[in-house]
Design a binder for this molecule. Structure first.
Ligand code: GLP
Length: 267
C-alpha cells in the first residue's frame, strides 16, 4: 500500500489528478485498447475532477479513449435528479471533457430489475477485461462505494441498504433532511473494486481519520471495508494531514520517508 500524505485538500486533488493523467497518458489508449477508469462521487473527488478538467482544457489530457464505470447510484433517483450520481458526474466532470457518451457507464437507479442491472454491469466491466484504475472515496465508517460495514469482502455489484450513519452523512446533499435520502443503492462490490489493477482512495479531513487508521493500521475486517486495501497489490491512499490524525506518529513518519525516497519517476 502507498500512503500519500499531503498538507491539505488542494494538494491531494492535484496529486490525484496528476496520477490519473500519468496513468492514462502512459497507457497510450486507443479506441481498440481504451483505458478503463472506475470513478466515484462525493465531495472529496471534486477538486481532482476540477484539476482533470483544467488539464483537458490545456490540451494535456484526452478522455477520447477512456471508458468509465461509476461505483454506485441511489435507488429511485433518475439521471435528471440533481442528487443522483448520474447528475453529479455529468455536471462536475463528463460535460467538461471529451469523453464519448457511449464510453460512460453508470448503474441505473430506476431499474425495475436490480439483479439483471447488476449482473449486466459486471458483464460490461468484464467485456473490457478489467478496470485499470478504480478511484474511490471513503465514508467515515470505512465504507467504499456503498459497501457498508459488514459487507462481504468478495462482494459483487448488488443492492445495499444504507446505514443510518451514511444516510446522516449524505443528508447534507438533500437540504439536511435525512428523510429525503434514499435508503438503498446499487453499488459495485468490494470484489469488483479490488479486481482492478490499481485502487486509489481519496480521504481528506478529520472525519476520515478513524477510517484511515483502520485502513492502514487495523486488521482486515468486514466491519471496516476499506481495510481490504491491505490485500491489494497496488493500492494508494491519498490523504491530507487531518485524515492522519488517528495514525501513530511512527506510521506517518514511515510512509512519508518511503515516499520521499522513491525514484523521481515513481513519485
Ligand atoms: C458516499 C459514496 C461513497 C463516498 C462517500 C464519502 O457514501 N457512496 O462513494 O466515498 O459518500 O463521500 P465524501 O467524499 O463526500 O465524504
Amino acid at each position: 500500500m502507498r500512503l500519500i500524505i499531503k498538507d491539505n485538500y488542494d494538494e491531494c486533488s492535484v496529486w490525484a489528478a496528476n496520477y490519473v493523467a500519468y496513468r492514462i497518458n502512459s497507457f497510450r489508449p486507443t479506441a481498440k485498447k481504451p483505458f478503463v477508469l472506475g470513478l466515484c462521487t462525493g465531495s472529496t473527488p471534486l477538486g481532482m475532477y476540477a484539476e482533470l478538467i483544467k488539464m483537458h482544457q490545456k490540451g494535456k489530457l484526452s478522455f477520447a479513449n477512456v471508458v468509465t464505470f461509476n461505483m454506485d447510484e441511489y435507488i429511485g433517483l433518475g439521471p435528471n435528479d440533481e442528487q443522483s450520481y448520474h447528475y453529479f458526474m455529468y455536471h462536475n466532470f463528463f460535460n467538461h471533457i471529451d469523453i464519448p457518451k457511449g464510453n460512460v457507464h453508470l448503474l441505473n437507479g430506476l431499474t425495475k430489475d436490480y439483479v439483471k442491472e447488476c449482473s449486466h454491469y459486471e458483464d460490461m466491466i468484464q467485456s473490457y477485461g478489467k478496470i485499470h484504475l478504480f478511484i474511490g472515496g471513503v465514508g467515515s465508517d470505512g465504507h467504499i462505494a456503498f459497501n457498508e460495514p459488514g459487507s462481504s469482502l468478495t462482494s459483487r455489484t448488488r443492492v445495499k441498504t444504507l446505514t443510518s450513519e451514511t444516510i446522516d452523512a449524505n443528508s447534507r446533499f438533500f437540504n439536511n433532511d435525512r428523510n429525503k435520502v434514499p435508503t438503498s443503492a446499487l453499488t459495485v462490490g468490494i470484489g469488483t473494486i479490488t479486481d482492478a489493477d490499481e485502487v486509489m482512495i481519496l480521504a481528506t479531513g478529520d472525519k476520515k481519520a478513524r477510517a484511515i487508521h483502520h485502513a492502514v493500521e487495523g486488521s482486515i475486517n468486514h466491519m471496516w471495508p476499506i481495510s481490504i486495501l491491505q490485500m491489494h497489490q497496488h493500492s494508494v491512499i491519498v490523504c491530507d494531514e487531518q485524515a492522519t490524525n488517528e495514525l501513530k506518529s511512527d506510521t506517518v513518519r514511515y510512509f512519508k520517508d518511503i515516499e520521499s525516497r522513491l525514484r523521481p519517476g515513481l513519485k
